[in-house]
Write a protein that binds this ligand. Structure first.
Ligand SMILES: [Zn+2]
Length: 209
């Protein structure tokens, strides 16, 4: 393995970087990570949650599955997944300052956040703002950031009604996911504040296998 880059991403911040085709990004985390990828040569070609679900025929993806673009391009392949019992969610969007404020206004904070929290614990920003900052150098407008692949978290979904329930299941220490770039890419991620359980920092390693 030839290390290209290592990066520590602190709690509730974002990061972006570049991968050449064939390079692998290892994301080591115990917290929710909102991850997106964009084609380097045409940043309009982006990760697409819906195409990814339909192509892989499932709503959680893992080792051997592919991250797809809007036009059904193979953007990345999950080459390893050491996250254990936790799955990686493709239903959610990004948490954000807007969402926290709306939940507060509607009196729904308890519904989202099962642990005890104080009003001042509610962050003023989340993954939306973190990914916005991370992708600013590439000229990506916040509204054009695709809905992410949410690593290290999943929901319980009732197959009949489609009702979704949040869970507290998260990856154990040392857990990581390896993703190989199938084209030259810009990738970005957010170390989610993960309000239901409390967010943690994330470690990134880019390497050539
Ligand atoms: Zn988040």
């Amino acid at each position: 393995m030839k290390k290209i880059k290592e990066q520590h991403v602190p709690y509730n911040t974002g990061w972006s970087g570049e991968l050449k085709q064939g390079q692998v990004i290892r994301i080591t985390a115990t917290t929710t990570v909102d991850f997106v990828c964009l084609k380097k040569e045409n940043l309009k070609e982006r990760f697409d949650q819906a195409r990814t679900k339909v192509y892989n025929g499932k709503i959680f993806i893992s080792k051997g599955d592919k991250l797809m673009g809007r036009n059904n391009q193979h953007m990345m392949t999950v080459v390893d997944d050491k996250a254990g019992e936790v799955m990686h969610d493709l239903q959610k969007g990004m948490c954000s300052g807007y969402r926290f404020q709306l939940a507060k206004k509607e009196g729904r904070l308890r519904e989202y956040y099962h642990r005890d929290f104080k009003e001042e614990d509610i962050p003023d920003h989340g993954c939306y703002e973190n990914l916005t900052n991370a992708l600013k150098p590439y000229g990506i407008d916040p509204e054009d950031i695709p809905n992410p692949w949410n690593l290290n978290q999943h929901m319980i979904i009732d197959g009949k009604t489609g009702k979704m329930e949040h869970t507290h299941v998260r990856a154990k220490p040392g857990s990581y996911v390896d993703l190989r770039a199938e084209m030259n890419l810009v990738v970005a991620l957010s170390a989610c504040p993960d309000m239901p359980v409390g967010g943690k920092p994330v470690d990134v390693l880019i390497y050539e296998p």
